[in-house]
Unconditional design. Sequence first.
Length: 228
Amino acid sequence: MALYAMGDLHLSLNSNKSMEVFGPAWDNYTERIRVSLSELTADDVLVLAGDTSWGMSLEESEADFRFLEQFPCKKYILKGNHDYWWATAAKFKAFCEKNGFITMELLHNNCFFYGDYAICGTRGWFIEEEQKPHNAKVLNRELMRLETSLAAAGEKPILCFLHYPPLYQGYRCEEVLNLLRKYQVKQCCYGHLHGPTIKRRIEGTWEKTELSLISGDYLGFIPKKICD
Ligand SMILES: [Fe+2]
Ligand SMILES: [Fe+2]
C-alpha cells in the first residue's frame, strides 16, 4: 500500500493530440504509462496532478478514463490547464457511474485522507494566467479552492498537489505560497512543466515545505512514490 503521484499524462486515445511529436521524452508514452501503472495494486492511491486527458468533453475523454480504470489503484484527479473535459463533480460522478468506473474521484474543493495524511490540492496559478483578462477574479477563485481544500485537512499533516508550480525560476505565486505556509504544508508536488521549461523548476525545501516536480515526461512516466 503506497501513495503515488504523477501529472500530465496528456492521454489522447480519442483526441488526435498525441504528445509524441514533442520528442523522445514522449516516445510511446501511453504504453509506458500502461506498464508503470500496471505495477500499482488496488491498495495503492495515485494522485493525477492535471492535464490528464486531451478530450474536449467527458464523452471525448471516455477512452482515456477507460484506459485509467483498467488499473485498480484509487485515483484522485485534479484540474490542469488542458483538461477541457472538466465538468462539475456531479457530472463527473454521473459519467463514472454510467460507464462503471469506480476508481476515480475529483480532488476539487475537498480533501482525501491517506493514513495519517490529508491529500489536498487544486490547479493553482501561473505566469500564463497572469496574461489573461479577469485574472484577479480567477486567481481569487483558485485561492479559495485551495484554502477550502487545505482547511478540510483539519489537524492532519498535509500533502498538497497543484498543477501549476507555485515557485519557478523567474516566478513566484506569493498568494499560493502564503497558503502553503499558513497550513504548514509538508510536501507540495506540481506538474505542468515539460521539455525545456523543466530546467527552470525549483525543487527541495522551501521554508517548511518540500517541493517536487511530478510531470509525466520529467518522471519518465513512472509515478513518484510519496509515502507508504
Ligand atoms: Fe501538461
Ligand atoms: Fe499544464
